[in-house]
Design a protein around this ligand. Structure first.
Ligand SMILES: [Zn+2]
Length: 268
């Protein structure tokens, strides 16, 4: 998921990319669409919404014919429906994905550009729902998995490395510079922590704990060991499906994108 810092704009920009023969291939970020246009690798078909047509023959056909990837993704929290303070949530936590075998990683990379993997498990969540899932549901499962491989995690209820760093640094900033900060800035930092912990008040102990929980080695070791045990594409898919099911069972999202199935197999 990325950081819990909510974005001021949409999390999905939904640029539609077509092949030279006019087949819908994939959706991508505005930045990538613009990059194709700037490099004269594509022509604009329509401006709002942005649709571009590649002027070169790409290697593959992207996601042609796959309604999940070709649909316009909504910029609403999949759990509560709000369009405010959205973040990106990775249903399969990034702390595991980063240890996937190279071949899978390249799929993830390709997918980031409209290729095969990543966006299937990438969802819009508001910062509040995101905080609830990470702290109340995701963290206990991560701990359980880590205990299974005999490497207990020390990060307490912190989701992944990047989140841990953000939350820890936010707490640090408040402790060290809070008194000199403009009021709005300080409020924003507190608001971020409140959303993350799903609490209305942040105590001095919370700040200390957030700093204490800045990620350390064993959390990374545990994630790596867990992924190492996934020997086949089937086992990797099973792991992904387990995490998707865990999210759905925990949060009961009411606004999942169309054509999404908890048990879709990506690698096998
Ligand atoms: Zn929400």
């Amino acid at each position: 998921m990325q950081t819990l810092r909510a974005r001021s704009k949409n999390v999905f920009s939904n640029v539609l990319v077509r092949s030279p023969d006019g087949t819908d291939m994939f959706r991508c970020k505005t930045e990538l669409g613009q990059w194709y246009l700037n490099k004269n690798l594509a022509e604009e078909v329509s401006n709002n919404p942005l649709i571009i047509q590649l002027s070169f023959q790409p290697k593959g056909q992207g996601h042609a014919g796959d309604p999940f990837y070709l649909q316009e993704r909504h910029n609403n929290c999949i759990v509560c429906g709000t369009a405010e303070r959205l973040t990106l949530h990775h249903m399969v936590p990034r702390c595991y994905k980063r240890h996937l075998p190279l071949e899978m990683k390249s799929r993830s990379c390709a997918e980031a550009k409209g290729g095969r993997y990543g966006t299937y498990d990438t969802m819009a969540l508001c910062d509040k729902c995101h905080g609830v899932y990470e702290t109340q549901f995701s963290w206990p499962l991560k701990q359980k998995l880590a205990n299974k491989v005999g490497i207990p995690m020390n990060g307490l209820y912190l989701a992944d490395r990047k989140t841990a760093i953000n939350i820890g640094r936010t707490a640090c900033a408040i402790k060290q510079h809070g008194e000199k900060m403009p009021k709005e800035r300080l409020e924003e930092l507190y608001r971020r922590l409140k959303a993350h912990y799903g609490k209305d008040e942040i105590t001095e102990e919370d700040l200390d704990a957030a700093i204490e929980r800045l990620p350390k080695g064993p959390d990374i070791l545990a994630s790596r060991q867990i992924v190492k045990q996934l020997k086949t594409p089937e086992e990797i898919d099973d792991f992904f499906i387990m995490w998707r099911r865990h999210f759905v069972d925990s949060m009961k999202p009411k606004y999942m994108p169309d054509h999404w199935q908890v048990d879709r197999r990506i690698c096998s």
